[in-house]
Design a protein around this ligand. Structure first.
Ligand code: 3PG
Length: 210
């Protein structure tokens, strides 16, 4: 599972985090991101039609690697997998959710915000973690700090990151990619402004890694 996550993260420096109200836009949105150089997309389960959006991407833009985000309860794991998600992302990880993720058939990138949470997840067998909310939790300084004591962990920091702050995260040796909503702002997604999204995505895809 970690191999899948590491390979997916290696495909592009940024995972766009998208919140989709209208599933009819989902496949074109994902195809736009893939064409611009961002093949991995996290669809947050924060809207009533989010699972339909994942389903639409899995069928209509199969070249995209679609992850289901904002998974907060065990029952959502199977729902996301059934809809066609190939991976799970969580904002934080309760013990009950960690148990379910450890047993899940699809790879999971569980969220953490402290060293103790990261250690607990590592004990459970996870080594590719989401740091969330990254900026508020300590940003690049936190990531550099944890690299010494826990060198085998890898992170996808997300939360409060944009095109300006992303390079400092990507320069951290334990960062595999960053996530964020700045590539797909809700206003552009709602309007279906795929040209503007493609411009933001191309900029994000060109961000230098450390
Ligand atoms: C997430 O679920 O990962 C966050 O909502 C990311 O949001 P941000 O990039 O706007 O901080």
């Amino acid at each position: 599972h970690d191999t899948f996550l590491l390979e997916a993260a290696a495909r592009a420096p940024v995972i766009p985090v998208v919140t989709i109200e209208d599933p009819h836009l989902a496949a074109e949105l994902a195809a736009t991101l893939v064409a611009a150089g961002l093949p991995v997309v996290e669809v947050t389960l924060r809207t009533p039609r989010a699972l339909d959006a994942i389903r639409a991407i899995a069928h209509g833009a199969p070249e995209a690697i679609v992850l289901a985000g904002t998974i907060v309860s065990p029952s959502q794991i199977g729902e996301a997998a059934d809809a066609g998600a190939t991976g799970i992302v969580t904002p934080g990880t309760s013990p009950r959710l960690a148990d379910a993720l450890a047993e899940a058939q699809i790879p999971a990138m569980p969220g953490c915000a402290t060293v103790s949470e990261a250690m607990a997840l590592h004990e459970r067998g996870f080594s590719v973690l989401k740091l969330f909310p990254a900026a508020a939790s300590g940003g690049p300084a936190w990531l550099k700090g944890i690299a010494g004591p826990l060198p085998s962990l890898r992170f996808c920091p997300t939360g409060g990151i944009d095109a300006q702050s992303a390079p400092a995260y990507l320069a951290c040796p334990n960062v595999v990619c960053v996530g964020g909503t700045w590539v797909t702002p809700n206003a552009l997604v709602a309007k279906g402004d795929f040209a503007a999204i493609a411009r933001l995505a191309r900029e994000a895809a060109a961000l230098p890694r450390g």
